[in-house]
Design a protein around this ligand. Structure first.
Ligand code: MN
Length: 131
């Protein structure tokens, strides 16, 4: 079984790089370029994990995280913020909005998969033995 990761990111270059790295590792990657379509895709396709940019046009990442984590049918899906915010308090705000963790931008291609997989159960990692 291939785990599905939903990537919500408005910047095309960032989206392309993250999707490329994750697909190379063996994940199925769904992409949304704004918060509203990201929330809609989460409802339709129930991904195994969501990677969420915070600075998005229209609905920002905090709102996206609150909507998804507050929806009973989606609340189990881990949401990981991917953002360049580095102000004191931002991390707390991100966690308070319902994200499980935080990956700093720009992403480091050498460590990105490992950072993502900290938030995915081992049996969903590509190549894992099925129970
Ligand atoms: Mn952005």
């Amino acid at each position: 079984m291939t785990a599905t990761i939903l990537l919500i990111e408005d910047n095309e270059k960032n989206r392309y790089l993250a999707a490329f790295i994750l697909e190379k590792r063996g994940y199925r990657v769904l992409q949304a370029e704004d918060g509203q379509s990201g929330v809609a895709l989460a409802h339709q396709l129930k991904p195994d994990l969501i990677l969420l940019d915070i600075q998005l046009p229209g609905m920002d990442g905090y709102t996206v995280a609150r909507q998804i984590s507050g929806e009973p049918s989606l609340a189990h899906i881990p949401i990981v913020a991917v953002t360049s915010y580095a102000m004191p308090g931002d991390r707390e705000s991100i966690l308070a909005a319902g994200c499980r963790g935080y990956i700093e931008k720009p992403i480091n291609p050498a460590t990105f998969v490992g950072e993502v997989e900290r938030h995915l159960p081992p049996h969903l990692h590509p190549g894992a033995q099925q129970p």
